[in-house]
Design a protein around this ligand. Structure first.
Ligand SMILES: C[S@@+](CC[C@H](N)C(=O)[O-])C[C@H]1O[C@@H](n2cnc3c(N)ncnc32)[C@H](O)[C@@H]1O
Length: 397
């Protein structure tokens, strides 16, 4: 660990702790910044890369990072965008294990959430980052996690940087604009096609993190498209080029690591009958276009009962055994009328009901309260809607 940075790291950590204490006490931002200026003067932190505003932002983001980073949040450093686009630890660990090698370069490393895991898994890791502050934050994060990697500040597409990189695998998780009607590759920075063009003289093993909203057919680069689910939600999309690809399309579920690929024999879902069980399919599988392969893997002959663009619900007479599927037992099917549903819920000794159909978010609690009126039971049930029918179901473990 470089001695000078280690010294700064200790001081910055103290300044972040100082701000965090005051944020928790409910002090105003102005007051915290005023006190922080004096504190930093004492620490001789003035004139360094991070100013008081940055330190305040890092402290505030430690609180926000808890959901994504759990216990690690208390020692990590994030600017606002750095946190938004950072890779969650379990996904970063999975990616680093899959790309384990002698030397890896993360050429758009941001605050380094992924780079920390590359450094852990591979012999040697290098990060490149255009933004000077963020590159510095990445260094702090490496220290916080006890990992070592070189960080180079600059444009990953420039000759000057490329000639400093000697890596077996090149990885890039490019920036994307926060708002975009339809996700595409065009607005990513650095653009993946340019990364391939510039880095293929160093290695053919190149991988990307792309916006997961992109369906496979809208990715014009060849390679394995791997849709990643974190806790039953579509979280990431990786593209592995050339030798890094193991198939054309895949989906992986974290933390179980269950995997489905396009090479598994397909079973097509059939008509539309409601049977004993409902199967809610992780949207990751739908996005990847791997539903028939998942059914093939599970040998599940199921009917599609709901496909409203947001969720796909299947039905069959057997339970499934997959982390990509949540199973429900069908308790009742009736007309979609408030009084009829409420009657059935009372008979089923329900206390609460989760609505699993599309309705405007502003209406959710009004509808739910109406359906739950007079319920005194213990059961927590789920309500699905298929055209004019209501399906009341119980979630199975
Ligand atoms: C999505 S973030 C990376 C997040 C990172 N994987 C993580 O887990 O924390 C993308 C980063 O790429 C950087 N970037 C954009 N264009 C770049 C370029 N041409 N060279 C180097 N870095 C670049 C941005 O500044 C941003 O910090």
């Amino acid at each position: 660990m470089e001695q000078s940075i280690k010294g700064e790291y200790i001081k910055i950590e103290k300044a972040v702790g100082f701000s965090l204490k005051r944020i928790r006490k409910g002090y105003s931002k102005e007051r915290i910044l005023r006190e922080l200026r004096k504190f930093n003067k004492k620490l001789k932190l003035k004139g360094k890369i991070l100013n008081e505003e940055d330190i305040f932002e890092i402290a505030r983001n430690r609180i926000r990072a808890k959901e994504k980073f759990g216990e690690f949040a208390a020692k990590l450093f994030f600017d606002e965008d750095g946190l938004r686009y950072s890779t969650p630890p379990s996904v970063a660990e999975y990616r680093a294990k899959r790309l384990k090698t002698n030397s890896i370069a993360d050429v758009s490393c941001g605050v380094g959430s992924q780079l920390v895991y590359f450094a852990k898994e591979s012999e040697k890791a290098v990060g490149v980052e255009l933004d000077r502050k963020r590159a510095y934050i990445a260094k702090l994060n490496l220290m916080a996690m006890g990992e070592d990697a070189e960080i180079i500040v600059g444009d990953a597409l420039s000759e000057e940087i490329i000639k400093q990189i000697d890596a077996e695998i090149v990885f890039s998780d490019p920036s994307r604009p926060p708002q975009e009607e339809v996700r595409s590759l065009e607005n990513l920075e650095p653009p993946p096609e340019k990364v391939i063009e510039r880095y293929s003289k160093i290695t053919s093993k190149i991988a990307f993190e792309l916006p997961p909203q992109l369906p496979p057919e809208r990715i014009p680069i060849e390679g394995e498209k791997e849709y990643t689910s974190l806790n039953f939600r579509l979280n990431r999309l990786a593209l592995y080029c050339n030798e890094l690809a193991e198939c054309e399309l895949s989906a992986v579920s974290i933390p179980s690591m269950e995997r489905v690929t396009n090479e598994i024999e397909r079973i097509q879902p059939v008509s539309d009958g409601i049977k004993d069980f409902l199967h809610e399919v992780d949207f990751t599988i739908i996005k990847a276009g791997l539903l028939p392969n998942l059914l093939g893997k599970l040998d599940l002959h199921a009917d599609i009962v709901i496909d409203d663009g947001k969720r796909v619900i299947l039905s069959s007479n057997t339970r499934s055994s997959s982390n990509f599927v949540k199973d429900y037992f069908v308790e009742e099917v009736c007309n979609f009328s408030f009084s009829e549903i409420n009657d059935k819920l009372k008979k089923l000794r329900a206390g609460k009901i989760t609505l699993r159909f599309s309705l405007p978010p502003s209406d959710y609690w009004e509808v739910r309260t109406k359906l739950e009126s007079g319920l005194e039971g213990e059961e927590w049930l789920y309500l699905f809607k298929k055209e004019e029918k209501a399906i009341i179901a119980r979630l199975l473990d």
